[in-house]
Write a protein that binds this ligand. Structure first.
Ligand SMILES: *[C@@H]1O[C@H](CO)[C@@H](O)[C@H](O)[C@H]1NC(C)=O
Ligand SMILES: *[C@@H]1O[C@H](CO)[C@@H](O)[C@H](O)[C@H]1NC(C)=O
Ligand SMILES: *[C@@H]1O[C@H](CO)[C@@H](O)[C@H](O)[C@H]1NC(C)=O
Ligand SMILES: *[C@@H]1O[C@H](CO)[C@@H](O)[C@H](O)[C@H]1NC(C)=O
Length: 968
């Protein structure tokens, strides 16, 4: 509506000027101006084209005599759109201010058409492009212009020289480039010149002297060069000079000493090279003197003490030498002093803390002597005011005065890189506001006082490179804001306190080069913001905590700990287990018959007075693992009704160094009484059967001749809690099927978990298929039975809602009668998270068996992944080939070969050569088809295991001719 009207009015304006004499020029112009804008907050709704005059409109002010619009002020209204030509209609406009909007596009106005304009403020919009030359033509009445904070570019047009009445010119934060138009230096009425934050170049000319009304000049952050002209001395009204971040050079003209009204002199980050002259003391109004980041040398003159108004002094990053003049004690208004990165010498002046400084930065100089006298002479006021104290990288000696505790407001205390000795005063803990405490690289000794934990606001604690000993106090757990903890290169001992894991904001931790011992608290895995964590060169042991961060930590962050284990340090966690000492001095043989007989209750929980231990360095040497189970006895007091109750309090005699003092817990599901009668070492010197994704398996025979396989879990961070562990295992214990390896029991301590399985004596399918010698081939019948049995076992698992995730031939065990038994099922549930990454990296490592959905994020992983693995297993069993085989220059995937052969009708060629001629083709072909269907890429195309069993039974049956009905 408004837009249409605007277009119409523009039409009128441009073509039929004077068409409607009744239409007020101002109303017309403003309506057109409004039509070009978006007004999201509806501030301009009061602008109604039916009004006779705009004088009551929002943002418009009229001259009472002429009744014409004189001021248009629409600051900060979120207006966007373009600056339209409607404005040119406002011939009597004196002030146009559209600051802090979002007006975009080019500057299309021309000041000659707004001949009464005195103030133009377009700052903080999104205007772009070059300023046209015509813009400034005939701008004689303009007093103030601000184009600040837009995106103007190009050179400032020379025509600006015609704006001879300018008082204020603010072009800061644009991208103006090139030389300044010389006219600018002739604006004798100019008071404010702000050209900072552009890309301007050139020198300040001597004509500057004509700017004798200049109060504020800011040329900061440009590319200006050359020296400050003598003419500056004529601008005696100057209050503020900012030439920072340019390439000015040379020295300061002595004419500057006339600038006695100047409050602000900012010359930082240039190439000035001079010695500070005595006349600096004449600048008696100076409040802020910043000459940092130049090449200023010599000593500060004593006259600096005359700067009684001085509040901020920054002379850092220069080449100043000598000592601070004592006269500076007279700078009684000084609040901030930064003299860092010079070559200043002497002792810390005693007057320092008599001034009420908030910020004292003396770092990287050559101050020597102790802190005591300066600190002790601090006034009450000064102690309370001081926020930042940085005297790092000097040559201070002596101790850290405990009087520093009275500096109660300190946020930053940095005394690092000096030669300070003695203890860390415990009173540091009183500094409740302290955010940063850096005492690194000194020669501090003694232990870190527990009281230091009182500094509860700490975000950064650095005590590295000292001679500190003792342990890390657990009180650092109070630092809930801590992000950085640096304690490296000391003599700290003891273990890493679990309290560190409470510091949830930690990002950087360096504990390297100490003598820290023990294992890393698992809870560290919960620290979610860690970026670096260096524990190298200590005496730590055990496994790293499990978390994404620790799984990907760099080797250098953990190296130099001879007893740390895990993949990262390339050391198997077995080898660092404690000595295999297990004893039971008071073995009491349980009398047969005292064993509570389970009635309906499937499990029994025994209290044990001895312990199973596995492992150990010496035995590993000879490649044999000793498994010793001592005296698994049932308390004779255990009443029949007490089945299922845990008896605690059994003595625990394991000598593991990190021995968890609580007792282990052994649970046998089957309640086989014989298991509990042994009073002596039951298992001895049995061989390791193998290793899987979850740990090594050992074969052992109990004293009564009952054989079991014991799996020692090694996957780090496997189990979250004993409760969850037991809950999962009790569920697994209920799984009973002739084609599944039975879980008979488990043993649990916080540091050691064993699973006790039925022992299956005939080896696994993988060895039978791929490692057997020529004669020991398996017949078609045996293969068929293995496949069928496996299918039945898997069906049972799926019926119990257990996904195996890791079907492969080495997980199919063959018992003495030749039946297959699936092992390793359900263990994935012991992982803390069952995500795709964990599954595919930790479990589904077996090449060729992994279902495609593991790598496809959008497909849900279901029990159909087992069907896929089963299909591969079928093909493997029939062909005798591994799922993936590496040829000389080729990788051969079994499914692809079989699929190809089947299509070409030469399926017999794929059969294991050892069976040549000894198989029924009418069973082979459907079997191959079944294998291929099970390995369908799309999970839903695979049959479920119950169907697979039916199909197999059909294939086997004499009337197996129906197979094609099922397997099209
Ligand atoms: C301007 O608009 C933005 C969103 O476009 C909004 O967040 C902001 O609050 C507005 N400003 C004012 C002053 O209304
Ligand atoms: C400014 O205007 C542009 C369009 O001209 C728009 O995309 C942008 O969101 C606006 N910004 C604000 C903060 O309103
Ligand atoms: C107008 O602005 C565009 C940037 O959007 C710029 O490229 C063009 O040069 C500008 N026109 C003038 C005349 O400055
Ligand atoms: C120039 O304008 C900007 C933006 O409005 C403002 O922040 C700055 O203080 C002005 N410069 C001076 C010297 O007043």
């Amino acid at each position: 509506m408004i837009r249409l009207l605007g277009v119409f009015l523009i039409f009128i304006l441009n073509n039929v000027k004077g068409f409607s004499p009744s239409l007020n020029d101002d109303v017309l112009g403003l309506i057109v101006f409004k039509a070009d804008l978006k007004d999201p907050e509806g501030k301009l709704v009061s602008w109604n084209e039916d009004d006779d005059s705009p004088c009551n409109w929002f943002g418009v002010k009229c001259n009472p005599r002429s009744n014409r619009a004189s001021d248009l002020v629409l600051d900060g209204l979120n207006l966007s759109g373009k600056l339209g030509r409607g404005l040119l209609q406002l011939h009597f406009l004196e002030k146009l201010s559209l600051a802090k909007n979002n007006i975009s596009g080019n500057l299309t106005l021309r000041l000659d058409q707004l001949s009464n304009l005195r103030t133009l403020d377009l700052s903080e919009n999104s205007l772009v492009g070059e300023i046209p030359y015509e813009f400034f033509q005939q701008c004689g009445s303009l007093r103030s212009i601000s184009l600040a904070k837009n995106k103007f570019s190009g050179e400032i047009p020379q025509s600006i020289g015609s704006c001879s009445s300018l008082v204020s010119l603010n072009f800061t934060y644009n991208q103006f480039s090139g030389m300044l138009p010389s006219g600018i230096w002739h604006f004798s009425g100019l008071r404010l010149l702000d050209l900072s934050n552009n890309l301007l170049e050139g020198e300040i000319p001597e004509e500057m002297e004509e700017l004798h009304n200049l109060r504020w000049i800011n040329l900061g952050k440009n590319r200006f060069t050359g020296e400050i002209p003598d003419g500056i001395g004529s601008c005696v009204l100057l209050r503020s000079i900012d030439l920072s971040s340019n390439s000015f050079s040379g020295s300061l003209p002595s004419t500057m000493q006339t600038l006695s009204l100047c409050n602000n002199l900012i010359l930082s980050r240039n190439a000035f090279a001079f010695e500070v002259a005595d006349w600096i003391g004449e600048l008696s109004s100076l409040e802020n003197l910043d000459i940092s980041g130049n090449n200023i040398s010599g000593a500060l003159p004593a006259s600096i003490g005359n700067l009684r108004s001085l509040k901020v002094l920054n002379i850092s990053k220069n080449a100043l030498g000598g000592s601070l003049p004592d006269s500076m004690r007279d700078c009684i208004n000084l609040m901030s002093i930064d003299i860092s990165q010079n070559s200043l010498t002497g002792i810390l002046p005693a007057w320092l803390f008599r001034l009420s400084l908030q910020k004292v930065v003396f770092s990287e100089n050559k101050f020597s002597g102790g802190l005591d006298s300066a600190i002790l002479s601090a006034t009450e006021n000064s102690r309370q005011k001081c926020l930042v104290l940085d005297i790092s990288q000097n040559s201070l000696t002596g101790g850290i005065p405990s009087a520093l505790v009275y500096f109660t407001s300190l946020h930053v205390m940095n005394l690092s890189k000096n030669s300070l000795v003695g203890n860390i005063p415990y009173s540091v803990g009183e500094l409740k506001s302290l955010n940063v405490l850096d005492l690194g690289e000194n020669q501090l000794n003694g232990s870190i006082p527990t009281e230091i934990g009182g500094a509860v606001s700490l975000q950064e604690l650095r005590l590295d490179n000292n001679l500190l000993s003792g342990s890390i106090p657990t009180s650092i757990g109070n630092y809930s804001l801590l992000t950085s903890l640096y304690l490296s290169h000391n003599n700290l001992s003891g273990s890493i306190p679990v309290a560190v894991a409470k510091l949830t904001n930690l990002q950087h931790v360096d504990l390297s080069f100490n003598k820290l011992m023990g294992s890393l608290p698992k809870q560290l895995g919960n620290l979610g913001h860690l970026i670096s964590f260096n524990i190298s060169h200590n005496l730590l042991q055990g496994e790293l905590p499990g978390s994404n961060f620790f799984n990907t930590i760099s080797t250098s962050s953990v190296s130099g700990n001879p007893s740390l284990c895990g993949a990262l340090v390339n050391r198997d966690c077995h080898t660092v287990l404690p000595k295999p000492i297990v004893l039971n001095p008071e073995s009491t043989e349980a009398k047969p018959g005292t064993m509570p007989q389970s009635s309906g209750h499937e499990r029994k929980i025994f209290s044990i007075s001895a312990i199973i231990a596995i492992g150990a360095a010496a035995m590993i040497f000879v490649g044999v693992i000793a498994v010793t189970v001592l005296n698994l006895s049932v308390r004779s007091s255990m009443s029949p009704s007490a089945a299922g109750v845990t008896f605690s309090g059994g003595e625990y005699y394991s000598r593991s160094p990190s021995s968890d003092a609580n007792s282990g817990k052994l649970v046998m599901f089957s309640g086989d009484p014989d298991f509990s009668t042994g009073a002596h070492a039951l298992l001895n010197k049995d061989c390791e059967l193998g290793r899987g994704g979850f740990g090594a398996v050992y074969h052992t025979v109990l004293k009564d001749g009952h054989a079991v396989a014991i799996k020692k879990l090694t996957v780090s961070s496997l189990i979250k809690s004993q409760d969850e562990f037991e809950r999962e295992l009790k569920n697994l214990g209920k799984v009973r099927h002739p084609n599944l390896v039975a879980l008979e029991g488990y043993y649990w301590t916080p540091s050691l978990q064993l699973l006790i399985f039925e022992f299956v004596s005939g080896g696994n399918l993988y060895t039978h298929l791929h490692e057997g010698s020529g004669e020991s081939y398996i017949s078609w019948n045996e293969r068929f039975n293995t496949i069928l049995g496996t299918a039945r076992g898997l069906t049972h698992l799926h019926q119990m809602n257990i996904i195996h995730y890791n079907i492969k031939s080495s997980n199919i065990l063959i018992d003495s009668s030749g039946s297959p038994k699936i092992s390793d099922y359900g263990l994935a549930r012991l992982l803390p998270t069952l995500d795709r990454y964990v599954l595919s990296s930790k479990i589904q490592s077996a090449l060729g068996y992994m279902a495609p959905e593991f790598t496809c994020k959008t497909v849900k992983i279901t029990e159909k992944c087992d069907v896929y693995g089963f299909g591969v297993l079928v093909l493997e069993t029939v062909t005798g080939k591994k799922p993936v085989e590496y040829m000389e220059d080729d990788v051969v995937v079994l499914c692809d070969i079989v699929r190809g052969a089947l299509e070409e009708g030469r399926v017999e060629e794929c059969v294991d050569v050892r069976m040549q001629g000894k198989f029924p083709l009418e069973e082979l072909t459907p079997m191959m088809k079944l294998g291929l269907i099970c390995t369908s890429q799309v999970p839903s195309n695979r049959p479920d295991m119950a169907e697979v069993v039916k199909i197999l039974e059909l294939i086997r049956s004499p009337e197996g001719g129906q197979d094609d009905l099922v397997l099209v």
